[in-house]
Design a binder for this molecule. Structure first.
Ligand code: FPP
Length: 261
């Protein structure tokens, strides 16, 4: 957290690397930022220093995505399962989120970033909730990249919440069960209004979904890398996007070339 996002974003813009096809930049990138603790341990540092470095990597990634034309970036910052971590680490993370939000808000405004926090926010410390509410409303009409920070987020609980909200509407006579389709269901998720991610990146060599965006990742391409999240840089993002651009997305269908009998 050495420099404010405003400074980072306004000084040097990153041109699109020539290796990337500008017509096939993913509209929405989701990222599981894994490996902060291991990054710190490798350096003989406390785990929390890995989270600090992780914030820098996230700022870097947001800036690059914005410069390269990605429309939305969704990051898994704190899962519903992360409360089971040692109390000191949880408190550190909550304080870190508060500091980052307070410090970066002006930069987000300048760069027209629209930030939203997805998850059960009521369980978060009240100071953090207030900062989130302020940042969300102040950036709501910005027209730059959508930056979604999943905080106290769990994919299964998001699905249960959506089902409960629909059931409530049915019970109140406002909704016909036959009218519930995929679009109606998706409208009750935290991500309502956001297109599904095209690309999921997970760092640090792990190969799990970990309860992240279970509905929304249905057709996402997945890029796994051994890079630890604090080391995730321009080269690592470029590798992920090149990997993505090398994929043939079929969405359950077949390629036209394979359609001939
Ligand atoms: C997992 O590493 C990573 C996290 C728990 C994410 C921490 C959150 C940030 C870096 C971003 C916060 C940003 C904002 C905008 C509030 P890990 O601890 O699981 O690493 P390990 O697997 O090596 O132990």
């Amino acid at each position: 957290m050495s420099r404010a996002l405003a400074t980072d974003l306004s000084t040097d813009r990153h041109p699109l690397p020539p290796a990337l096809d500008p017509a096939r930049i993913p509209a929405h990138v989701a990222v599981i930022m894994d490996g902060n603790g291991r990054w710190a341990r490798q350096r003989g540092l406390p785990r929390v220093m890995g989270h600090r470095a992780g914030v820098e990597a996230l700022k870097r990634t947001l800036r690059l995505c914005s410069d390269w034309g990605v429309g939305a970036l969704t990051a898994y910052a704190f899962s519903t399962e992360n409360w089971t971590r040692p109390g000191e680490e949880v408190s550190f993370l909550m304080t870190l989120f508060e500091r980052v939000l307070a410090r970066e808000l002006e930069g987000l405004m300048k760069e027209q970033v629209r930030i939203r926090f997805l998850g059960d926010l009521e369980q978060l410390p009240s100071g953090l909730q207030a900062l989130i509410a302020d940042a969300t409303s102040r950036t709501a009409t910005n027209h730059g990249i959508h930056f979604n920070v999943c905080t106290n987020y769990g994919g299964r609980s998001e699905l249960v919440r959506a089902a409960r909200r629909l059931a409530q509407q049915v019970a109140e006579g406002q909704l016909d069960p036959a009218a519930i389709d995929e679009a109606r269901f998706a409208a009750e998720l935290f991500t309502a209004g956001e297109a599904d991610p095209d690309l999921l990146i997970r760092t640090s060599g792990e190969q799990r979904i970990s309860n992240f965006l279970l509905w929304q990742l249905a057709y996402a391409e997945i890029h796994l890398t051994d890079v630890l999240w604090p080391d995730f840089d321009e080269g690592a993002l470029l590798a992920a996007l090149l990997d993505y651009q090398g994929r043939q997305r079929r969405f359950g269908g077949i390629l036209p070339a394979d359609a001939a009998p």
